[in-house]
Design a protein around this ligand. Structure first.
Ligand SMILES: NC(=O)c1ccc[n+]([C@@H]2O[C@H](COP(=O)([O-])OP(=O)(O)OC[C@H]3O[C@@H](n4cnc5c(N)ncnc54)[C@H](OP(=O)(O)O)[C@@H]3O)[C@@H](O)[C@H]2O)c1
Length: 210
């Protein structure tokens, strides 16, 4: 597929690497002035890294993937142009600056806010409930980490499912987009364990069913 990725940091860079290794074509949408992490991602990707504006990424991608810090999400979407009919995967988490809580939640979510901003797009929440370092490294002693996703657009969800599998995860559909509220809470738990409980980054969630 042709994939536009807004942002090329921890998440965008890791997704770009794993998807290009699977034969997908990626174009990163980025601001003109780029930070250190972005420069490292682009250097590591070498000639596989195509770069443009957010509008270029949206025009290039059959699907657009939002991997920017939450405070930049609105601007990133606004600058992508008309997203009517476009599929969009939202990876963001509205984390508080001290990583001890969420700034959006309970009766809405970043995913739902993104869908309101990206009017007419089929939005799927995915890749938010695990640390970026695990993207492409999803084996945990023989168990594959789950890649939870939710959304209201069946076609976008089917496409996202394939891309989640291509990133090495076991895709798990957890329902409508409003369940982004709980995927973002799950991300908060992952982050709290990693940072505040000092577990580090080698953990993942798995849903068991009988
Ligand atoms: N880190 C994780 O483990 C993880 C896991 C799951 C979900 N998330 C969520 O995923 C999102 C990205 O996290 P991250 O750790 O990848 O962040 P990051 O490393 O800081 O990367 C963010 C990227 O977005 C770019 N960016 C900033 N503003 C932009 C804009 N308006 N348009 C386009 N690109 C823009 C940044 O460019 P410059 O830096 O060059 O300005 C950078 O390339 C966050 O919402 C985070 O909560 C993170």
């Amino acid at each position: 597929m042709r994939i536009g990725i807004l942002g090329a940091g921890n998440v965008g860079g890791a997704l770009g690497r794993v998807w290009t290794s699977k034969g997908h074509e990626v174009l990163f949408g980025l601001p003109e002035a780029r930070g250190e992490r972005t420069r490292k991602t682009l250097a590591a990707l070498g000639s596989a890294a195509r770069i443009g504006s957010n509008a270029d990424a949206a025009a290039f991608g059959e699907i657009l993937v939002l991997t920017v810090p939450w405070p930049a999400a609105h601007q990133a979407i606004e600058s992508s142009g008309d997203l009517e009919g476009k599929m969009l995967i939202d990876c963001t988490n509205p984390l508080a600056a001290d990583l001890k809580g969420l700034t959006v939640g309970l009766n809405t979510s970043a995913g739902e806010q993104v869908a309101a901003w990206a009017r007419g797009a089929g939005v799927v929440k995915a890749f938010n409930s695990i640390g970026a370092g695990n993207i492409g490294h999803t084996d945990f002693a023989g168990l594959v980490a789950d890649g939870f996703y939710c959304g209201d657009d069946a076609a976008a969800k089917a496409t996202a499912k394939g891309l989640i599998a291509d990133a090495g995860f076991n895709p798990v559909d957890v329902g409508p987009l409003r369940n982004a509220r709980w995927l973002e809470s799950l991300a908060m738990l992952w982050t709290d364990l990693a940072v505040n409980q000092r577990w580090g980054t080698d953990h993942a969630f798995k849903l068991l069913r009988r």
